[in-house]
Design a protein around this ligand. Structure first.
Ligand SMILES: [Zn+2]
Length: 63
């Protein structure tokens, strides 16, 4: 499960652990996979039993 994303607008790396509630604090429209550049969304986190992480809509060869 990817923990680092890339912010499309700022070009910065985004570490999911730096956010208390990534789903609220990050815009998924801004996030992409740093390897395959496909869009990311956020899975898990606050209110779930799964630690927050990024996920692809489609398969990524880097996973
Ligand atoms: Zn990818």
């Amino acid at each position: 499960m990817p923990l680092i994303a890339r912010n499309i607008r700022t070009k910065e790396r985004v570490n999911v652990f730096r956010f208390k509630d990534p789903k609220q604090e990050l815009k998924k429209e801004d996030l992409e996979c740093p390897f395959c550049h496909q869009p990311f969304f956020i899975r898990g986190g606050v209110g779930t039993s799964v630690r927050a992480h990024f996920a692809h809509y489609t398969d990524c060869s880097s996973d």
